[in-house]
Design a protein around this ligand. Structure first.
Ligand code: SF4
Length: 366
């Protein structure tokens, strides 16, 4: 297809999305498979238009506090918190109320909408740990304006999801991580279906879903496309896009990084597929995009994980806020009319899912 026809097809799909249309897989895959730099820049400009149309100039911010680190029983190959890998990641048990309260206060000061309580473990069952988690959520809720969110792994029953809702939880982070086909390539201790089941329990309890994935693990473009289509299908309100930051000691420590333009293209494709959702760039942003970080908004991102990730450092919040001001974007979520934003209100998150740790990826996954 010549350049003119490619431009026209991208524009046609962009107009279709602006008119409220839904992308079929063939159309979505066409966008994911764009190779040429000029074509990708055309795609980014449409990603920006779609973001502006559905989200205005408001950028949703969220942060996380790692409530329990390391020694996780699962074997997610991107994660430095797995007990199976030798990494430098700190290990500690479920945190006391004070650090969680401090994280909430800092988030309030920075105008961050939500703080996600993230734990590195397989998941939550009924018992004393669930009681403790519910106490922390209720305390955060009573503390101030910042909404408590959580990313606490697999949920084993509807009762657990209902308890979280009763404690005051509004949004839960649980990434699908990758396509169903690629999932067994990076994790064998639980399945894609386990993650879908957890999301189903949460939705039944009336909890909003923050769910995204990690790119750059060796998956194909079609895997990224299928991940986005699955996220659309489960109705995620917030969609964290983490980019692998290979951590020494993990199986993916030598994984070749994705080129920045490929990352920006993926963000734009996610915007085309989920035009009204919060597409949030989370772990791996600084290390993979470097000076191109500000282009995530041109690509269609409408949310940003700020503060440190689970196991890696982010740039200072002040620098992110300055970047938004320089771009004429507004991080003040509270004044935003959610309108079409479908889901949102949820906000937040990073990618987390129970598993947490993408960050390691700089990802936030739990
Ligand atoms: S991603 Fe989450 S579930 Fe997987 S090893 Fe890391 S902490 Fe455990």
């Amino acid at each position: 297809m010549n350049a003119e026809l490619v431009d026209e097809r991208i524009a046609e799909l962009g107009r279709h999305v602006l008119d409220g249309g839904t992308l079929e897989k063939d159309d979505a895959l066409f966008l994911f498979e764009l190779e040429n730099s000029a074509d990708i820049h055309t795609l980014l400009s449409w990603g920006n238009r779609i973001r502006e149309y559905f989200k205005g100039n408001k950028i949703h911010l969220c942060s996380i506090v790692n409530a329990k680190a390391g020694a996780c029983s699962e074997n997610c190959s991107f994660c430095s918190q797995s007990a199976l890998y030798q990494t430098d990641t700190p290990r500690y048990g479920f945190v006391d109320p004070e650090p969680v309260a401090e994280a909430g206060e800092e988030a309030n000061r920075n105008g961050v909408t939500a703080v996600g309580l993230v734990a590195a473990w397989r998941g939550l069952k009924e018992g004393p740990m669930l009681d403790e988690v519910c106490d922390r959520i209720t305390e955060m809720k009573e503390q101030g304006q910042t909404r408590p969110d959580a990313s606490l792994g697999l949920i084993e029953s509807q009762e657990v999801a209902n308890r979280l809702k009763e404690a005051g939880l509004e949004c839960y982070g649980h990434n699908l991580e990758s396509s169903e086909r690629f999932f067994p390539e990076h994790c064998s201790t639980h399945s894609f279906a386990d993650r879908l089941r957890t999301i189903e329990f949460l939705k039944n309890a009336g909890i909003k879903i923050c769910s995204g994935g990690i790119i750059g693990m060796g998956e194909s473009r079609e895997d990224r496309c299928d991940l986005a289509l699955s996220l659309r299908e489960v109705g995620a309100s917030v969609v964290p896009v983490n980019i692998l930051n290979p951590i020494p000691g993990t199986p993916l420590e030598n994984q070749e990084p994705l080129p920045p333009l490929e990352i920006l293209k993926t963000i734009a494709c996610f915007r085309f597929i989920m035009p009204t959702k919060e597409i949030m760039v989370a772990g791996g942003r600084t290390v993979n995009l470097r000076d191109l970080q500000c282009m995530i908004f041109q690509a269609g991102a409408s949310a940003l994980m700020v503060g440190n990730y689970l196991t890696t450092l982010n740039q200072p919040v002040e620098k992110d806020l300055q970047m938004l001001r320089d771009l004429g974007l507004d991080p003040d979520w509270e004044e935003f009319d959610e309108g079409e934003a479908d889901g949102c209100g949820c906000g937040e998150k990073e990618s987390c899912d129970t598993s947490g740790a993408t960050e390691t990826i700089e990802t936030v996954t739990a």
